[in-house]
Design a protein around this ligand. Structure first.
Ligand code: ADP
Length: 510
């Protein structure tokens, strides 16, 4: 429950490249904000340290003030740096702003500065601020992804002797990005790069393509953190079996944990969501019908409602609306997403894709699909990032599609469920831990969606066919699933306690 207070409150500082909603690209931003809020409400002290990206909209930060001006080391120089304090969505944030070009640009990632060097700088600048400049003594420094993977190395190498002894926890949200780094680049942070260039430290240890010159900040983070977490139990198993970090993770198995992410129910609550035209919840789901109608009208999709919203057809209206809200990258099953368009059109449903591509070729491919379909009555492909639209789409959707090739945890299926959208997912990673098939007799109690295993189009067809069949021909059962998915508790209330246990555990020592 939300009012649990932990008996031994800790001071936790997250050091991260993303935070929702001000600097969010994907799930990392949501997770940091949600976990921080859950720990705050359990009585802990929590701060988030974030680069002061130029693209952050300052009006979303309350009480923004410069608190410290200091210098932090990078590449032979001490860079003048400002630390600001502010409050974002109720959570205290410390923003680190170097006076050089780092973190300038229109977006969180992809600016014209060297990203690897910028995050090396940031990792050190956070430690410098905590340990040297302000003597802040957190119990836990919680780092995330490769971007802050060098922080544990810097801590043990340079700062350890200065301070009380914080424990360092690393959460890996996605193994795909491992922060490839040369010795020379690592040396720019003030570490001696060659010291870390061995297999037991930070060197890339894959057998094929092994390169003794290549270091990985993620691997360094794994070796030098007190505890390492990944974001679902199934992804933990997958990462121990395959991928080049498998051997490193196996060697560190006794400090490696799988903790399922939660969703931040303050941000994701259909009963209070400021972006929805009508609010609803599991007790009063009627508003959802209007949200669907509203989105259909807004996007020019066929609908059976009328302008005043009073004659919206009930849920038995026969064109289910499927949404897919995603970064458009290979991990997400691009060929299955584009195949779904065809399949859903043939089945007489509607589909809205809200997606942002970072690769030009992928963007062009989806632009072509958008040109082909966006004038018709049943498909909309919206190539942008929009927090506001994402909320409206979850609320409008009958189903949320997540056909990922791999998925460490996945938040969209969980958010979808809370907003009354039934998940149709591929059985992988966190999707396998949160969605259970309606037709799986052995697990009927937990059944809450439609699951397929193959990465071929036929497997997807089969799952969509079954979902459409339930929607159209078994309205009672469909309403039953709807009620069930809205009631599932995938919130941090349910799972933050596992992180707190880890923050408290004394068993792992370097
Ligand atoms: P990942 O972290 O791999 O991107 P997750 O499912 O863990 O995937 O988290 C995705 C988060 O990003 C969700 O909050 C989702 O709503 C949001 N999101 C993804 N793409 C978009 C988009 N184009 N516009 C708005 N929100 C998006």
């Amino acid at each position: 429950p939300a009012d649990v207070k932990d008996s031994d409150p800790k001071h936790i500082i997250h050091v991260t490249a993303e935070m929702a909603p001000i600097a969010k690209v994907g799930g990392l931003g949501d997770v940091v904000t949600g976990l921080a809020r859950a720990c705050l409400s359990r009585g802990h002290t929590v701060d988030i340290m974030l680069p002061f990206y130029e693209c952050i909209q300052k009006q979303h930060v309350k009480d923004l003030t410069v608190i410290t001006k200091y210098n932090s080391y990078h590449d032979g120089n001490w860079v003048p740096t400002n630390a600001y304090r502010g409050v974002v969505s109720g959570i205290p944030v410390i923003f680190i702003e170097p006076s050089n070009q780092f973190f300038k640009g229109q977006y969180v990632y992809g600016g014209s500065f060297n990203e690897l060097e910028a995050y090396l700088f940031f990792s050190r600048a956070c430690l410098e601020w905590m340990q040297q400049v302000t003597s802040t003594q957190p119990d836990i420094i919680h780092v995330h992804e490769w971007q802050t993977g060098a922080l544990p190395l810097l801590y043990w190498d340079i700062y350890h002797h200065l301070s009380l002894k914080p424990r360092i926890v690393l959460t890996i949200h996605n193994m795909e990005h491992y922060g490839e780094c040369s010795k020379e680049q690592l040396s720019k942070s003030g570490l001696e790069g060659s010291v870390y260039a061995s297999i037991d430290k930070a060197v890339d240890d894959r057998t094929i393509g092994h390169n003794p010159e290549r270091l990985s900040l993620l691997k360094g983070g794994i070796v030098y953190s007190n505890a390492v977490v990944t974001v679902s139990p199934t992804y933990l198993k997958e990462t121990l079996c395959t991928g080049w970090l498998a051997s490193t993770l196996l060697r560190n198995r006794d400090k490696y944990y799988g903790i399922l992410n939660g969703i931040d129910t303050t941000m994701w609550n259909p009963a209070t969501d400021i972006f929805l035209p009508v609010k609803f919840n599991d007790q009063k789901p009627e508003g959802k019908k209007f949200c669907k109608y509203y989105v259909q009208r807004g996007l020019g999709l066929a609908s059976e409602g009328t302008q005043d919203g009073n004659h919206v057809p009930d849920i038995t209206y026969k064109a289910p609306l499927v949404v897919c809200i995603t970064r458009l990258v290979p991990q997400k099953g691009l060929h299955l997403i584009s195949h779904a368009i065809k399949c859903i059109e043939e089945l007489g449903g509607q589909m809205v894709i809200l997606g942002k591509a970072s690769d030009v070729q992928v963007e062009t491919e989806f632009e072509c699909l958008a040109k082909l379909h966006n004038q018709g009555p049943c498909i909309r492909i919206l190539l942008m990032f929009s927090e506001e639209l994402s909320h409206m789409l979850y609320a409008a959707a009958d189903m949320v599609l997540v056909p990922s090739i791999y998925e460490p945890c996945g938040l969209t299926q969980m958010i979808g469920m809370r907003y009354g959208a039934v998940p149709v997912v591929r059985k992988t990673g966190g999707l396998a831990d949160t969605v259970f098939d309606m037709d799986d007799q052995s697990n009927h109690n937990r059944a809450n969606g439609f699951v397929f295993e193959g990465i071929d189009e036929g497997s997807l067809n089969c799952a969509l066919d079954r979902a459409f069949m339930y929607y159209r021909e078994k309205p009672d059962e469909w309403n039953g699933i709807l009620k069930k998915v809205m009631e599932v508790d995938n919130s941090w209330n349910n799972t933050a306690g596992k992180y707190v246990e880890l923050y408290n555990s004394k068993s792992v020592r370097l």
